[in-house]
Write a protein that binds this ligand. Structure first.
Ligand SMILES: [Zn+2]
Length: 167
């Protein structure tokens, strides 16, 4: 079993206690960390938590949307639908499948963010910005506000340094 960094939860290289992601020596206790190391430590934990939330959100909405797709399929199959109803069903099918695709993207993004993948920087700004716009359009202002907070963390220079391994 390979050891994990106790600060960012990344796998440590064999025989080394210094993490390749956060560059903190795992032998150090939290009290001994320098100010800069503490910032990196908190930022990594924030990104790790955001990744978890993105995975959970993507998973839950995927399951719900899958049920919606099945229910729609059954409704279309069992109803003697008029042409206009078929048009509506087609629109909702496209809409639901697109949403399902987005949910899967959220899940993959969350999974990769927890591994501090480089592409999560650009992709993260894009997905949280999209979430912000969709929430504003849907007038979900509380979620729009949360999206802004997530943009603040994902777009921060420190996040870029961590994901680009420039620490
Ligand atoms: Zn680490």
């Amino acid at each position: 079993m390979s050891a994990k960094c106790k600060y960012c939860y990344s796998k440590l290289a064999e025989g080394s206690s210094i993490c390749s992601i956060c560059k903190i020596d795992s032998v150090k206790t939290a009290k001994d960390l320098t100010g800069e190391e503490k910032k990196v430590y908190y930022q990594c934990r924030t990104l790790y938590t955001m990744g978890f939330l993105a995975m959970i959100g993507g998973l839950f909405s995927s399951v719900i949307l899958l049920f919606a797709v099945v229910a729609m399929g059954l409704a279309v199959l069992t109803h003697q639908a008029s042409p206009s109803k078929v048009g509506n069903a087609a629109f909702f099918a496209v809409f639901t499948v697109a949403s399902l695709g987005l949910s899967v993207i959220w899940f993959i993004f969350g999974f990769a963010l927890r591994r501090y993948r480089r592409w999560c920087y650009g992709a993260g700004i894009a997905v949280y910005l999209l979430a912000f716009i969709l929430n504003v359009l849907a007038k979900n202002f509380l979620w729009a506000f949360f999206s802004l907070i997530f943009i603040y963390y994902i777009a921060s220079p420190l996040t870029k340094k961590i994901l680009y391994r420039e620490l």
